[in-house]
Design a binder for this molecule. Structure first.
Ligand code: UN1
Length: 492
């Protein structure tokens, strides 16, 4: 199977182009070949998107939303198929893949509802016989750059608000997960989304991503990925005065206080640390535990970990799938070595799994370090794998300080039964998302998704907040007095 670009409502033919293999991380089998596009392909896509946008912006928003309803229904119908493709291509276990597709369906219906809202403001004018209001105006062609760890959900967080607001888009999915983008293109085609509203260009960040950011007709770039790449996107976008929305790394912590329900905390930690093999921006990679319950927590975590079955995510009984590729595996192993050399105690795991059924895939054992110093590298840097560091503290205040000590600020969680402490913590935790008595993952699409400090640059995905990325505010004054009225001057 050869995946070609989807531009202006048709599939490009490009036999002589460069293609690269898409592999199943669970068994190393080739799933497809994907095109490595060039700047010329991006130019074609932007041209198609620009032409389509003029008409699309004039389609009433509730009608634009009708397409999103259709997309949502079709995704629902194809849910199992999409989940199967997702697991094969990305590796997450099938239950989680179904959850991710559901997140996309939710986003479709939620944003479709926005087609009948897109609220602006009407305010009184300071002058007589004058009307004042603000409306959300579409921006034009927007560029979407999405990661491999949530190949459908994150794409819907960006593309659905973009189109309901009257923009058209050019989407570069991650080279590791182009099949989900291909599946979405089929859905766009089947519901009859007008040509050029959705365009997909496969290829590398260096070639395709850069061409999108530098293209004068792409007015917004919405990016999710690594902090290193995000910095480059912001720098390049900044030079071109683009609106750039960035969603980057995390070093999320679960705080366990002395009065917590420890069994519940154990469940929350395992789910958010080892689900998706730790490859979520929101994954728990630190546990900040009160000294009085540290021993109990360690023991219970160790026991509970025994039930974590590792393997191919298509097997319904498997809880932890593979990591995305060999490079990821090597990075995780490097960090485990760093942890050991920093003097942390390896409580469980710490190995690549390469024997027998694991030989052809990329598997890493769920790993826990304890007695980790808050400022050591494994407690500060994003690993993006199934590795978690336990850090001991003596009070909630210290826990919050440790939580806030990292450069990132995406998600945090606190387990406690003390309502006063919970309210104090939700105020003082410097992250874009805070959970109480739940792990660090599980954001719902109708609230803003994003983080503080090194995680982002002040924008948010999903929720109504996403509309701020994909619209310009336009303030409109209508004077029906029939005479010149000067604001701030003719007011007495
Ligand atoms: C991500 O990790 O990049 O909150 C997205 C969650 C999911 C989305 C994660 N709903 O974990």
């Amino acid at each position: 199977m050869k995946l070609n670009n989807y531009i202006g409502g048709s599939w490009q033919e490009s036999e002589e182009a460069n293609f690269t293999a898409v592999m199943n991380p669970a068994n190393g089998k080739e799933l497809a070949q994907v095109k490595l596009s060039t700047k010329e392909d991006v130019n074609l896509a932007v041209k198609a998107a620009k032409e389509a946008q003029k008409k699309w912006a004039l389609v009433p928003a509730p009608k634009r939303a009708d397409f999103l309803y259709e997309i949502g229904y079709l995704m629902k119908k194809k849910k199992e198929h999409l989940a199967q493709v997702l697991t094969k291509e990305m590796g997450k276990v099938i239950e989680e893949a179904r959850g991710e597709v559901q997140e996309g369906i939710d986003m479709a219906f939620y944003m479709a509802g926005e087609g009948r809202r897109l609220f602006g403001e009407t305010v009184p004018s300071e002058l007589q016989d004058k009307f004042a209001m603000s409306v959300r105006a579409p921006i034009g062609v927007v560029g979407l750059i999405t990661p491999w760890n949530f190949p459908v959900a994150i794409a819907t967080w960006k593309s659905f608000p973009a189109i309901v607001a009257g923009n058209t888009f050019v989407w570069k999915p991650a080279t590791e997960t182009p099949m989900m983008a291909y599946e979405m293109a089929l859905i766009f085609e089947e519901v009859g989304l007008p040509e050029g509203v959705a365009n997909i260009v496969f290829g590398s960040g260096t070639e395709v991503g850069t061409a999108m950011i530098e293209h004068p007709d792409v007015r917004v770039i919405s990016f999710t990925g690594s902090t290193e790449t995000g910095r480059h996107v912001a720098e390049t976008g900044g030079r071109h005065l683009k609106k750039v929305s960035l969603e980057m790394g995390g070093k999320n912590a679960v705080i366990v206080l002395e009065d917590a329900d420890i069994d519940l905390a154990v469940e929350g930690i395992l789910w958010s640390a080892f689900g998706t093999a730790g490859q979520r921006c929101t994954a728990c990679s630190r546990v900040i535990v009160h000294k009085d319950v540290k021993k109990e927590l360690e023991e219970k975590l160790l026991t509970a970990m025994e039930a974590l079955t590792i393997g191919d995510g298509l097997d319904e009984t498997v809880k932890v799938g593979p990591v995305i590729n060999q490079k990821a595996l090597e990075k995780i192993q490097r960090y485990v070595e760093i942890g050991k050399s920093e003097g942390a105690t390896l409580l469980a795991g710490g190995n690549v799994l390469a024997e027998g059924e694991f030989a052809k895939g990329h598997y890493y054992e769920p790993t826990i370090f304890t007695d980790v110093k808050w400022n050591s590298r494994i407690a500060q840097e994003e690993i993006f794998g199934p590795v978690v560091s336990l850090i001991e503290v003596a009070s909630m205040e210290e826990a919050i300080e440790v939580n806030n000590s990292v450069v990132y600020g995406l998600s945090s969680s606190i387990f406690s039964r003390d309502v006063n402490k919970v309210f104090q913590a939700q105020r003082d935790l410097d992250t874009g998302i805070v959970y109480v008595n739940a792990g660090t993952t599980g954001a719902e699409i109708h609230l803003p998704f994003g983080g503080t400090k090194g995680t982002g640059n002040g924008h948010r995905d999903s929720g109504v907040a996403a509309l701020d990325v994909f619209t310009e505010w336009k303030s409109i004054y209508i004077d029906f007095s029939g005479k010149l009225q000067r604001a701030q001057i003719d007011v007495d």
